[in-house]
Structure formats: structure tokens, C-alpha cells
Design a protein around this ligand. Sequence first.
Ligand code: SF4
Ligand code: MG
Length: 328
Amino acid sequence: NNVKKYFPLKKGVFSKQLGYVKAVDDVSFSIFKGETFGLVGESGCGKSTLSRVIMRLTDADSGEIKFDNIDLLNLKGEQLRKQRGKFQMVFQKPFESLNPRRTVGQIIGAPFEIHGAAAGADKEKRVKRLLELVGLSPQYINRYPHEFSGGQRQRIGIARAIALNPKLVVCDEAVSALDVSIQSQILNLLDDLQKEFGLTYLFISHNLSIVKHMSNRIAVMYLGSIVEIADAEELYANARHPYTKALLSAIPMPDPDFNKERIILSGDVPSPVNPPTGCRFCTRCKDVMPICSEVAPEFIELSDKHAVACHLFTNASAEIQQQQPVLL
Ligand code: SF4
Ligand code: MG
């Protein structure tokens, strides 16, 4: 709820004059148990910072991150360590995220040691089982990361992430570094593991097609803010925010007869150092109105599966309310 994370431009100096990067600016959403919650947006929009804040790899400046009514931002030391095992991450670069000097057995076994969950023969048995679960031979247990392909390495990263039966797995661009043919294998693996273990995913990607394939609900992020949240199908059939529409229009369609008008966004994403006032998208929006650069739009619930932050709907909802007949 209302999570903010600013980075000072000059390290350690928080001053308005020097400025800061508003990486995550007042973001709120919920993830439901057992679902895949997709978070999509162009690179640099704050997705990764947000995921690091949720994982407590970076501290938020303000806001709340609640898990089963425990506010994670207030936890420290032993209490935090206990909760930490419930949240795991699959990283973008499967090679960089695996220590090259450690064997696969040591890498996948590390969470058991850190959290005192298993040791010795018991640990080895569990590591072998995890290797099987992610589609690798248990005989690989003494091999090193460089002996594996990119896809296999990502399987190792996934095995490490699910070792302790986490409640939430954050996948940050988990397949972006892989060949397209390998991507679908890894996505299918994530799908299978979710079914088997009832995992909950926060699935982060700049690739809308992949997010659509994976997610139950999707949030669209632009320049540190979430602009639209909806059920996956609803979002694709009925996107309302001008930024979401533009993003969707850029997805290549397999059917050439399906004539979709491509919306070209003018200009670049503005710098998150001094983002536009009011609606962050106002410098590029084709529907921009005078109010847009003055007032930041609130989230409007269009239905129980769809919410949008855009003045087109603030005004519309006010008008609809005015048009409501008075019941006598
Ligand atoms: Fe465009 Fe205004 Fe809506 Fe922002 S609030 S997306 S500028 S219409
Ligand atoms: Mg990123």
C-alpha cells in the first residue's frame, strides 16, 4: 500500500534541489493466493525496484507491504529472516545469479542451510528431488553452473527458489534472457510447479504477450506508477488507459487479417528524475486534457475486475453520477 522508493541522484544526499529518481511512487495493489499477478511496463518504469522492495532487498521509503497481515517493512533481524524464506525470487540473468564456484547441489541446497531446514543426506535427497522437479537429472548435483545451458541454469534458479515451499515467487524478467524456443519450456515449468505446489507468482516482464500467457490479473506500470489493473482477459479485450492501449497495439498479431491500428507513442519515456506533474503520461498521451498536467488521477474502479487511473474516467464517473436519476 502506497509504497514509495526514491533514489537520491547524489548518493546518500536526499535533497529536493539535487533531485531524486522517483523509481516507485505511491504504488498499491494486492496479490491473491494461488494467482499469477503480472506486472508489465517498459524497462526503467520501476518494476524491478518494486520487486526488490517487496523482497526486502531494498528498503522502501514509505508505505506498507503486508503479508497475511504482517507488515514486512517493520520486521527486522530474526523476525525478518523467518518471513524471508516465504518469498523467493527468480532472476533475469540465470548465469549471474548463480555462484560459478559452487556446485548445483550447493546452490540449490543453500536455502536449506540458511534456514536450518535440512542438512547432510536429507538435504541431498531434497536437492535431487528438486532437480527432478525442474526437469534436470539428479546426477547433475556435483556440476557447476558453466556446464549448463541458459535454460538449464534458469531451471536451477527455479529449483533454488522453490526449495523452501515459498508463499510467493517473484519472477523478474525470468525468461527475457532466453531464446524464444526455451522461453516456453521455462514458462510451462513455472505453470506446472504452480499447479503442483499452489504457488503464487508475481510475474514481471516488459513483454505483454508473455505476461498475458502467464497471468490471472495484470498491473500496468508507467514511470513509477501503476496506471491500470485488470483481469488478464479483461485487460486485453477492454484496455482503458491510453498507455495500456498503446502498449497493446504494439503486440504483433499472428493473424494478418486482424487489422489493428498501431498507436505510436510520441516522444521518449520522460526521466524519472523530474517526472511530469499530474498524470505521468501527460507528455505522451493523445487524449491529454488541461487537468492532466495539474492533478494526478486517482484510481477509479470500473468494475470489480478493472481499475484505471486516468482523468478520462474521473470525469466520466462524475458525469455518470450526475446523470443518476433521483429516486423519490
Ligand atoms: Fe491521458 Fe490525461 Fe488519462 Fe493521463 S489522465 S492518461 S494524460 S487522458
Ligand atoms: Mg527490470
